[in-house]
Design a protein around this ligand. Structure first.
Ligand SMILES: C[S@@+](CC[C@H](N)C(=O)[O-])C[C@H]1O[C@@H](n2cnc3c(N)ncnc32)[C@H](O)[C@@H]1O
Length: 262
């Protein structure tokens, strides 16, 4: 493990390793309204690159793409023939948000045949309905960023787990956020119900808006992913890691410093 940097890095220095993603992160990401951090987008698309390199294929899905900021980055990381599914109520802050989502995707290089826009309520969605939208293909990556209540996250987590490819990952937004303390309760209850799942890594916040994400995967894929993350993002490993009692996982951060003692 490298020694912690003396000053925090900025997200502009973090790459996914996919040229189309990194170009969008550099020139388009901040121009699309949204709430996910650029740091998290780079790491998540880096994970998609690792999946492709390991032979993990399939579509991706996001619950709550809003205007498409994070969705466009993910869609740029798809392999040929794969699609991105965006599920949103598309009614906030006004019904025209769906038009802005479509326009942002088109403007930033995600053509209509690479994306599926689904105006729907994830709380009332059966796994079979979601899979039907993907022609029966199991997603390799699901980003959950919909309603931020304990009950809604619980339902979205069960939906994502039911449709996820065995080698897939689930990414949760706004973890450890001061405004949504009960989301952590939902995550811990979920991990208790699903011992086959674990937290692969914590992607630290950039700001209170661009908050922390957790990445979850099946336990039997944990080591394979962790090894790849350690290799690609060794400079962003916060040395102490995260303690999920008894499971430990990586913390990836722009600020890898520790408190100074003596
Ligand atoms: C915080 S925004 C997402 C921001 C976006 N993921 C990003 O990274 O920029 C939350 C989105 O979740 C959507 N949403 C909330 N409840 C939902 C539900 N039950 N089903 C589908 N979408 C939902 C909202 O309409 C909103 O667009």
């Amino acid at each position: 493990m490298s020694s912690p940097a003396a000053v925090p890095a900025t997200s502009a220095s973090i790459r996914s390793g996919i040229a189309a993603v990194d170009r969008y992160l550099e020139t388009g990401y901040e121009t699309v309204p949204g709430m996910s951090s650029r740091f998290a987008a780079a790491i998540c698309c880096g994970l998609l690159r690792m999946q492709t390199q390991m032979g993990v294929t399939g579509p991706i899905a996001e619950i709550g793409p809003f205007e498409g900021r994070f969705f466009i980055a993910l869609a740029h990381a798809l392999a040929p023939g794969e699609k991105a599914l965006g599920i949103d109520l598309f009614d906030w802050p006004n019904p025209e948000v769906v038009d802005r989502f479509e326009a942002n995707c088109a403007r930033h290089g995600i053509p209509a045949d690479r994306r599926i826009t689904w105006k729907a309520d994830s709380r009332r969605m059966a796994p079979a309905e979601l899979l039907a939208k993907l022609d029966g293909r199991h997603p390799r990556f699901v980003h959950i960023d919909g309603e931020h209540s304990r009950a809604a996250l619980t339902r979205d987590l069960e939906l994502a787990t039911a449709v996820l490819a065995p080698e897939g990952v689930i990414v949760l937004d706004d973890m450890l956020h001061p405004g949504y303390p009960t989301l952590m309760v939902a995550v811990h209850e979920y991990l208790g119900r699903h011992p086959e799942m674990c937290v692969l890594c914590v992607i630290d916040r950039e700001t209170v808006v661009a908050a922390t994400k957790f990445v979850l995967c099946r336990r039997d894929w944990f080591k394979r992913y962790e090894e790849k993350l350690l290799e690609a993002y060794k400079d962003n490993v916060w040395p102490l890691g995260a303690d999920f009692e008894p499971h430990w996982c990586l913390v990836l951060s722009l600020d890898t410093r520790l408190a100074e003692i003596v």
